[in-house]
Design a binder for this molecule. Structure first.
Ligand SMILES: C[S@@+](CC[C@H](N)C(=O)[O-])C[C@H]1O[C@@H](n2cnc3c(N)ncnc32)[C@H](O)[C@@H]1O
Length: 422
């Protein structure tokens, strides 16, 4: 397949609306190597008379995989991609790919979103009939396991998965995870510090070996391995809170309760009694659920940039009996939330962007909180003390008081100032 100048497309890509920084670009050698392997595979399938292999692209971050493939399609003047389904976990990735596609005048992909009609996160709408799946290897093994199981279960029996990553982010465990669901997993030679794993011969799901992965439920892997589910007791200042946490593979901390989150839960009784609250960056929904349980009048929006988190938070809240007062929302920061509409926001901020540690991810959420909090409303945040977020909270939101500190974490209460923040 003759790709129409992927380098030119790559150079034109932007990461917007993700936080940009000089060391973070919108494509890498793994995207390029994946395209090379994909175009060879598409040629081979076309030579076998298969012009539409039901191509699926999963985890394309900004369009570096999808857009060159479509530019090389018949509409773009090149060879064979006629249908292409994509799945992106992050709302920022969706927005970036859409913006890049619009700017470059490239169309033709079908985005599959979580419509909750499938028991799993990745269902037949995404995968049915797929003979070729292109995957950016996620850094999280549980996410890879969930994807691998779903592809083996729903895609065509002759599906081939090409999974690419940068060598520095790849581990042998990734081969093992794919090997639980596929009879053959091989690794390419490294090129430009990237590598592609090729998985084929999906195993029938009832035959998969029962290797237990961290964060997956007991009983080995099967198509029911996800969402993971774990019960936690002894939470909160008085040790009287408990919760059953549901988590799809891509969720931060899986079905565990993060230690920073545990510390913030100690302060639930000190938080103001309100009617409108937000769990910003909700993950599996622990904070939203236990806040809703502790305040019968409150309605909580549980918002996360990750689709896997949003579905998990909904499940956690429903299992706890507060699903009618917890609304799970897939959005970047608090996009779409009316200004000055919330009385209380809880936040355990992210400190990563992909593989890079980056304070910009937290600052973006502080600014979003300032916009959406009503004047006088409160932002309760927990952070690793060495990150020193106090000045940023004061600058972007308002007067900030340290309400708790342990050996690792600080919990702060920030009152949204009346005047518009910086
Ligand atoms: C440290 S985790 C906390 C998760 C959860 N609140 C908990 O306590 O377990 C941070 C969460 O923020 C989410 N996140 C990161 N950037 C975001 C953004 N721009 N908008 C919304 N959520 C975001 C991540 O997906 C992740 O779930």
């Amino acid at each position: 397949m003759n790709l129409v100048n992927p380098e030119a497309i790559h150079r034109a890509l932007s990461r917007w609306p993700e936080v940009d920084a000089e060391n973070l670009q919108a494509y890498d050698a793994a995207d390029r190597l994946l395209l090379e392997h994909a175009s060879r595979r598409l040629d081979r399938l076309a030579a076998e008379g298969l012009s539409d292999p039901g191509l699926v692209v999963i985890g394309d971050r900004y369009g570096a995989i999808t857009l060159p493939l479509l530019a090389g399609s018949p509409e773009g003047g090149g060879a064979p991609v006629s249908t292409l389904r994509i799945w992106q976990d992050l709302a920022t990735g969706e927005a970036a790919l859409d913006a890049n596609a619009a700017r470059l005048g490239i169309s033709g992909f079908t985005r599959i979103r979580d419509d909750e009609t499938s028991a799993g996160l990745y269902g037949p709408a995404l995968l049915a009939g797929a003979r070729l799946v292109l995957l950016r290897l996620p850094k999280n093994l549980a996410e890879l396991a969930e994807l691998s199981e779903a592809i083996a279960e729903h895609a065509h029996p002759e599906v081939v998965v090409l999974a690419a990553g940068m060598v520095k982010h790849m581990t042998r465990s990734m081969n093992e995870v794919l090997g639980a669901d596929f009879g053959s997993v091989t690794a390419s030679l490294a090129k430009g510090k990237a590598r592609v794993l090729t998985a084929s011969s999906p195993r029938p799901q009832e035959d998969t070996p029962g290797g237990q992965l961290a964060g997956t439920p007991a009983g080995g892997r099967s198509s029911q391995s996800f969402p993971a589910r774990e019960r936690h007791t002894g939470l909160g200042r008085d040790g009287d809170l408990e919760i059953e946490v549901y988590a799809h593979g891509a969720v931060f901390a899986g079905a565990k309760v993060d230690i920073g989150t545990r510390f913030l839960l100690d302060f639930l009784p000190r938080m103001p009694k309100v009617r409108t609250a937000i769990d910003l960056g909700c993950g599996s929904g622990v904070l939203a659920t236990l806040l809703a349980a502790s305040q019968p009048e409150v309605r909580v929006a549980a918002c996360d940039v990750s689709a896997a988190a949003v579905r998990s938070a909904r499940l956690t809240a429903e299992a706890h009996g507060v699903g009618d007062r917890v609304l799970a929302v897939h959005a970047d920061a608090l996009e779409g939330f009316p200004p000055a509409s919330a009385e209380l926001i809880l936040l355990n901020p992210p400190f990563h962007l992909g593989h890079s540690v980056h304070a910009g991810a937290a600052i973006k959420l502080f600014r979003a909180a300032a916009e959406v909090l009503a004047p006088g409303g409160e932002l309760w945040t927990v952070w690793n003390s060495h990150l020193g977020y106090l000045p940023a909270l004061e600058k972007f939101v308002g007067a900030t008081e340290i309400v708790g500190r342990n050996s690792k974490f600080t919990v702060t209460r920030t009152r949204r100032r009346a005047a518009k923040p910086a």
